[in-house]
Design a protein around this ligand. Structure first.
Ligand code: NAP
Length: 445
């Protein structure tokens, strides 16, 4: 890393103790920004880098609630409003026991550049809680979401900060949170949250958007080497929102998807993942992958291993951060993987990315490949503002155009800076440049 960028990184380490995921996300971006900072001395002059790594605002709050047995539980809530140069803060809420300030900051930082790449005028933020939704009843979920929103509502608004879902937060949770927001503010302010139900302001195809977008991005990467998703053998990790719709889109484009996973293990289904059964088990019953295997002859559940050991030509990590390390990357390379597109945020460790790039595997980083979800959230905000809902096909076709443009922007920026095929550099520079220019024009704020 250049000396000046190293100094910014050292300051981040000094200021943000015990936040390894945030350090990792910052380092990964700074490492690629040397050429753009050389080209734009004004970024240096106005301390753009030192400002862009510091969140505009960080909110931490207590979330007390009562469980079904009448016991008082206490969780911690977070909202990090990272950067509003391009528009209102925008980014999901994550409910998972691993959540802490460093994880929310890494996600918020990534979100700034991802949202910039969508071209939709949205800033970056992220939030969540260390609350574990597994095994909680509907009543418990509702009481938790209401308590969470009772504090969060002071900090958000359709022109201020617009949260959405992420791990552990889907349509049900957004519903409970929107209901409480409306009750507290006495405002039917639909644009304050995205991922809503269709009858009350949600966008068609928002549920599908992230997974669909990842596969469209992978397809465009394959097109650069005269291939497509058709006939590819695909390994997917995760079995949540992103994973399910990545499976759906890959199958629609003629690929064979042979795995999904969750924290209990991974399923290998050589006949191809049965999408309807997966949705029934995961979306309707909120069950485990063992329930899938029990009802699917020929499928097996592997516990304790790595889904990346299953040979494939396309790998789609769609579960969580750092789920794919350099050992897994080496296995994928050895097995002939051509494309890796990240559905999750930062699922590949830095040394895994190095392995892919060293082996000329086409590697699509999350901030570009999974941007279809937030881009469609921006379409949801536009529909809320205009009160003019789009059809499923209209949204799906806009999503395809957006993913196409993001792919093109990453590829052409990588070329402009002398690293053709480096989507990491392309995504970081293209995302950063727009934010940096907006910050310059808006003065020191
Ligand atoms: P989700 O519906 O809650 O699903 C998450 C999946 O990943 C589940 O199968 C879960 O398994 C698994 N998982 C989560 N944490 C894990 C861990 N520590 N170890 C093993 N498995 C784990 O969440 P999602 O919305 O699909 O999000 C998945 C990823 O995509 C996240 O990185 C998220 O930030 C990213 N993303 C999501 C969106 C979106 O629109 N939803 C947009 C962009 C990026 P268990 O159920 O067993 O925990």
């Amino acid at each position: 890393m250049q000396q000046e960028l190293q100094e910014v990184y050292d300051e981040v380490l000094h200021r943000n103790h015990g936040e390894p995921e945030f350090h990792q996300a910052v380092r990964e971006v700074l490492e690629t920004l040397g050429p753009v900072v050389d080209k734009h001395p004004e970024y240096r002059e106005h301390a753009i880098l030192r400002r862009v790594v510091e969140p505009e605002r960080q909110i931490i709050f207590r979330v007390p609630w009562v469980d079904d047995s009448g016991r008082v539980q206490v969780n911690r809530g977070f909202r990090v409003q990272f950067n509003s140069a391009l528009g209102p803060y925008k980014g999901g809420l994550r409910f998972h026991p691993s959540v802490n300030l460093g994880i929310i900051k890494f996600l918020g930082f990534e979100q700034v550049f991802k949202n910039s790449l969508t071209g939709r005028g949205i800033g970056g933020g992220k939030g969540g809680s260390d609350f574990d939704p597994h095994g909680r009843s509907d009543g418990e979920m509702m009481r938790f979401c209401q308590s969470f929103m009772t504090e969060l509502h002071r900090h958000i608004g359709e022109h201020t900060d617009v949260p959405a879902g992420d791990i552990g937060v889907g349509g049900r949770e957004i519903g409970y949170m929107y209901g409480q927001y409306k009750r507290l503010t006495n405002r039917a302010e639909m644009g304050v949250l995205t991922g809503k139900g269709i009858p009350w302001g949600g966008s068609r195809a928002r549920t599908e958007a992230t997974g669909y977008g990842v596969v469209i991005f992978a397809d465009r990467m394959l097109n650069t080497v005269k291939q497509s998703m058709e006939g590819q053998r695909v390994v997917v990790s995760g079995a949540g929102n992103v994973a399910i719709y990545a499976v759906a889109k890959a199958q629609e484009l003629g690929a064979d998807v042979v795995t999904v996973s969750d924290s209990s293990g991974y399923v290998v289904d050589e006949a191809g993942i049965d999408l309807a059964l997966l949705q029934q088990v995961k979306e309707v019953e909120r069950g485990r992958l063992s329930d899938y295997v029990e009802r699917r002859p020929g499928a097996r559940l592997v516990q304790g291993g790595r889904v990346w050991d299953v040979p494939c030509t396309v790998a789609l990590p769609c579960a969580t951060q750092n789920e794919l390390d350099h050992h897994a990357a080496e296995t994928l390379v050895k097995n002939g993987t051509v494309v890796v597109a990240e559905g999750a945020n930062m699922p590949s460790t830095p040394d895994a990315v190095e392995v892919f790039q060293g082996a000329h595997v086409l590697f699509g980083p999350g901030k570009a490949a999974n941007a279809g979800g937030v881009a469609t959230s921006a379409l949801e905000m536009a529909q809320n503002a205009s009160r003019e809902p789009l059809t499923f096909n209209e949204v799906a076709s806009k999503l395809e155009g957006i993913m196409e443009r993001i792919h093109h922007k990453c590829a052409s920026t990588a070329e402009e800076f002398g690293s053709p095929g480096d989507y990491v550099l392309g995504a970081n520079i293209a995302g950063f440049r727009k934010v940096a220019d907006a910050m310059l024009e808006q003065g020191v704020v």
